[in-house]
Ligand binder design. Sequence first.
Ligand code: APR
Length: 265
Amino acid sequence: MAIEIPRELVESLRRARRVAVLTGAGVSAESGVPTFRDAQTGLWARFRPEELATPRAFRLDPRRVWEWYAWRRELVARAEPNAAHRALVAMEARQPEFTLITQNVDGLHTRAGSRNVIELHGNLHRTKCFDEDVAVSEWTDTGDVPPRCPRCGGLLRPDVVWFEENLPVEALARAMECSAACDVFLSVGTATVVYPAAELPLRARAGGARLVEINPSPTPISAQAHHVLRGPAGEVLPELLRAWTEHDPVLSPREDPPDARGDVT
Ligand code: APR
């Protein structure tokens, strides 16, 4: 599938000082990790989020919730980063100020080699104490499901953000800051319906950034995007990287690029 990368977008990327990217479940879809809201295949088409991804659900049936996340952890452990993850690693390598903000809890960006990653919704592979809300990396396997906190004996839970819970304060503040300050913002593989993450693309646009949406389907922000690239991230991102780097010597970090704000006047 030939994807047309607009010339204007390539030029903006080449002039950009700061690039920020927001990713969602769509980026991991080509690794075999189900998204949340895609019809039939999405997790929320098969499971009821209010029964599995809220503090109330955990209090009501901690075993069921723990086992559901254990199932997702195994599924993700069998998955491999795909071409979309790898293209983002290559983009970070060539762009001095590149921030990857992800809603994904699968850890595939870090596994692919991305470094400057902000995990807005936590990480499946981390665990914390439900009562003390502090990270727990080791515990004695007493056969309890969920296992118990070695400090207070409370239940352990996955270190992910559930519905009705606040995002990690420092991560959200960094995400808001770099979105408002970037020159180009890529919104990739997210339905852009869950807040506050869904606010970031619009915050970037309001800050003067050139806003790009990469998604096979329309989202509520499609109309606000300067560029909409309709296709799977695993095909579009490598194509965008190719267009960005073609005939363009890698900018050495010391060089100050000309101002690159993407305002369309
Ligand atoms: N490439 C790019 N985008 C894709 C692909 C693909 N191969 N496949 C699907 N998509 C798009 C879908 O069109 C959809 O817009 O990815 C999006 C996935 O949307 P959701 O399943 O709603 O996932 P996301 O936006 O990440 O959800 C946000 O909601 O359930 C909570 O905490 C959970 O982090 C999650 C948050």
